[in-house]
Design a binder for this molecule. Sequence first.
Ligand code: F6P
Length: 550
Amino acid sequence: MNAGSRGRLDQTPEWNALAKHREELGEVQLRKLFADDPRRAERLSLTVGDLHLDYSKHLVTDETLRLLRALAEATGVAELRDAMFRGEKINNTEDRAVLHTALRAPESAVVKVDGENVVPAVHAVLRKMQVFADRVRSGDWKGHTGSRIRNVVNIGIGGSDLGPAMAYEALRAFTARDMTFRFVSNVDGADLHEAVRDLDPAETLFIVASKTFTTIETVTNATSARNWLLTGLGAGEEAVAKHFVALSTNEEKVSEFGIDTANMFEFWDWVGGRYSYDSAIGLSLMLAIGPDHFREMLAGFHLVDEHFRCAPAEENVPLLLGLLGVWYGNFHGAQSHAVLPYSHYLSKFAAYLQQLDMESNGKSVDRDGRPVDWQTGPVVWGTPGTNGQHAYYQLIHQGTKLIPADFIGFAKPVDDLLPGLVAQHDLLMANLFAQGQALAFGKTAEEVAAEGVPAELVPHKTFRGNHPTTTILAGELSPSVLGQLIALYEHKVFVQGAIWNIDSFDQWGVELGKVLAKRVEPALTAGAEVPGLDGSTAALVARYRELRGR
Ligand code: F6P
């Protein structure tokens, strides 16, 4: 489906109605909205699966929400969503279907791409992963010397790294604590060095994760890892089979690299890299948490997929989140969006979302290649609270920028936390609730003055408030809840891309840098002449060579 023939977004009556509404609304006062409607928190809360979502602290009225939903309707979000679930080729610049939802569909589902049901193949790979994971975890899979595997190193980058690395951290409490898991992505040799320096090659399994199997960082690191292994074992190529497996769509390249394709776990071109950690790309995670937990996570994803597909607009959580982002980005000039999990286990969550959101919606031409005149994807950032509170929250509270934020928290700490530390959980969550409150309602100059603060300090101690936040609360950070959270954000990104009429599933913007790096490298190593090199880069290359003593 090519939605490109659609009229210009900013010329639709629905867009203009929102612009007018924004003007009329002026500076919304959250204090007033809550005072006028004692049931606001209750009314502006939704539930999906285990996730409770409070969006009452947003700068919206019922009319705002109505107009936003009208925009979604006018821009065909539901039609594009249905086309995606049906397996139509909605990634039009790459002529591909977008079917990460098929990765977590039950075995009985039928999802066709080019007339072929893809679900049986998805489940066949899941079973193959399960057999392998069970063998490694039980010690049945032996390394070349007969030792059992105790260390797993995932080598991949972007979507072939961020998802498994994030989910491994998130689900640490569910992992095999007697095994070591590491994730190597950077072509900086320091990354691989630090990952393997204390490992015994005889006990180490490398998982080379690359959709294309042509990514220079991954192929380079995988080659170095193979050298490290063979040198360490004092063995020849025959040792590779027991210590290397591949996750890829590219059988030919895997085989060329020297990995037996029997040790390859397949996925398909209709899985985008940043949407792939619930495919074979999640093998390292499955090894860590075990196949049952992995399947629980898939069920969590699926639950939110079904909600997104079927829930009416008024109750559709991903739709709502997408629309709120449009409200701030397009009608309030917000440039960024903070994601602030009150869980140490979600330390890589924002980094994961950066690729998901920014690689998907960092586009400036529409599906027809016409420049867009409206803001598209925001800068996504964040770190776990409470650390952020003692770093950048100052700017959110009292700076000049509007930064909508998501708070994510859990009622229960993870099960295996040391008993003495469980009590800290209430303090952690008290901070989450306090921050949402302070950001929304602030502290007026009158309130500050009434505390006896000297007049000259009153402006400094005043909090403007009216900073919009969403609070997502769940019982605990389980595999299913993680799946639910990720699916929520995946579909939020989808909604925004659909409204902005951009292709959220290509990533041409990463190509130029790759080409130029290849061109410049010989200049660094061999001093080769690079035709057409600009003055700045040429001077930097010369300086680099001088510093390297070349
Ligand atoms: O360079 C961007 C990108 O193509 C991402 O979209 C992708 O997740 C990453 O590189 C890694 O790609 P691959 O899995 O093919 O190695």
